[in-house]
Design a protein around this ligand. Structure first.
Ligand SMILES: *Cc1c(COP(=O)(O)O)cnc(C)c1O
Length: 399
């Protein structure tokens, strides 16, 4: 009886769910810092595109090493603004991976371009340089590598193909805060990149927000105008946009100061959060590597000396993925399939006429990949319960 009511047992209840994502404990811990930031926003009274946003932009420059960081409404808007500011003209092609979040491709459409899909590499789930070279046409103008889950795309391989073909590289680095390639932060290896601060991302706000990162003053200036109705200066009736140059008008994609205040508070523990994610990922891998039936565990491939990954999503592949997901769900463990349908087969791109078999690596990943819960608030006890349930599925005759 004494053993059953000991703290070790009461602190680790066997029942109870493991949510796919939760950050209520983190928010509780940071609340004093967040609430004082929110009070400052209320006090200065400029709730959009104000002081906290400027402060966050400076902090993002310091963290990433970017010359310019521009706060906007979302990671998706950041991609649209980056493409427009980098000079995408209507109808021009942007090469994007077949396996990514829908926004990588919808941003191209929203910016007036045409997505051309490229298969991915099995090791990184990111764009395959050889498939890229094969997909280029005379209308191709940009290539958008997407960095997914825990590491960067092969930027050397993609960069070499892009240079030969005269393509500009823009990175969808929405998931890649904290990831570096040859010492440079994700998003700064081509013309520019983006960050998403959607709540589930590594640096998440209390709602939607995003940023454009670039070292190019011209792109920064155009993004700054375009996100703010195309305003040219401080007066309310001057909207040159950049329409004389490119025929584009501005939009409203300013960042809220409340979100910036939250992000400034969370930035103080970003490195600790990334370290915690790495620690959890290492524990998952140590436990799961012994289980037959799991066909792939994530790894960060170090192609150059200063490559740094960061675990945003812990993605495994295994036999009977859907059966495993159902087994875990029945035990209160939430998982996600990232990404269940390769983008060329989404209804919105059906007109492109792609067929099954056109993107074999993306199609295989869509069938096999499963993301397990990974976030700083996840406890080792919860993680161990996930691993035990996975093991039970593959070895305990649960199938
Ligand atoms: C989250 C994400 C986006 C979009 O960011 P939002 O802030 O949700 O608009 C774009 N691309 C990738 C790869 C993402 O993971």
């Amino acid at each position: 009886m004494a053993a059953l009511s000991s703290p070790a047992h009461t602190a680790v209840p066997f029942s109870g769910t493991v949510p796919f994502f939760s950050q209520s404990a983190s928010f509780q811990q940071l609340w004093p810092l967040i609430s004082s930031g929110v009070e400052q926003v209320v006090a200065h009274g400029k709730y959009s595109h104000g002081r906290q946003v400027a402060e966050l932009e400076q902090a993002l420059c310091a963290y990433t090493g970017a010359r310019f960081a521009l706060g906007v409404n979302s990671g998706t808007d950041a991609l649209v603004l980056l493409l427009r500011a980098a000079g995408l003209a209507p109808g021009e092609e942007v090469l994007v991976p077949a396996y990514t979040f829908i926004a990588s491709a919808s941003a191209v459409v929203l910016a007036g371009g045409r997505p051309v899909f490229v298969d991915v590499e099995p090791e990184t789930y990111a764009m395959d340089p050889a498939a890229l070279a094969a997909a280029i046409t005379p209308r191709s103008r940009f290539v958008m590598p997407v960095h997914l889950f825990c590491q960067l795309a092969d930027l050397d391989g993609i960069g070499a193909v892009a240079r030969r073909a005269g393509l500009t590289v823009v990175e969808d680095s929405a998931e890649a805060i904290g990831m570096r390639w040859g010492g440079r932060h994700a998003g700064l290896l081509g013309a520019g990149g983006v960050l998403s601060f959607f709540p589930t991302k590594t640096l998440g706000a209390l709602g939607d927000a995003g940023a454009v990162l670039t070292d190019d003053p011209g792109i920064a200036e155009r993004v700054a105008a375009l996100r703010h109705h195309g305003r040219g200066g401080r007066t309310l009736d001057h909207f040159p946009g950049i329409s004389n140059e490119t025929g584009l008008s501005g939009m409203n994609s300013k960042m809220d100061d409340l979100q910036a205040a939250v992000l400034l508070a969370k930035l103080t523990r970003l490195d600790a959060d990334i370290a915690r994610r790495g620690e959890l990922a290492a524990r998952y891998s140590a436990r799961l590597s012994r289980i037959l039936g799991i066909t792939r565990l994530p790894t960060v491939i170090t192609r150059n000396t200063d490559t740094v990954g960061a675990y945003y999503v812990y993605l495994i592949e295994g036999e009977d993925r859907d059966g495993l997901a159902r087994h875990l769900a029945a035990r209160g463990i939430e998982t996600e399939t990232y990404y269940p349908t390769p983008l060329p087969f989404q209804p919105c791109f059906a007109h492109l006429g792609h067929r099954r078999g056109d993107f074999p690596v993306a199609e295989a990943a869509a069938e096999r990949a499963l993301a397990l819960p990974l976030y700083p608030d996840l406890t080792f006890a919860q993680l161990d319960r996930v691993c035990a349930a996975v093991e039970e599925f593959y070895t305990g005759g649960a199938r």
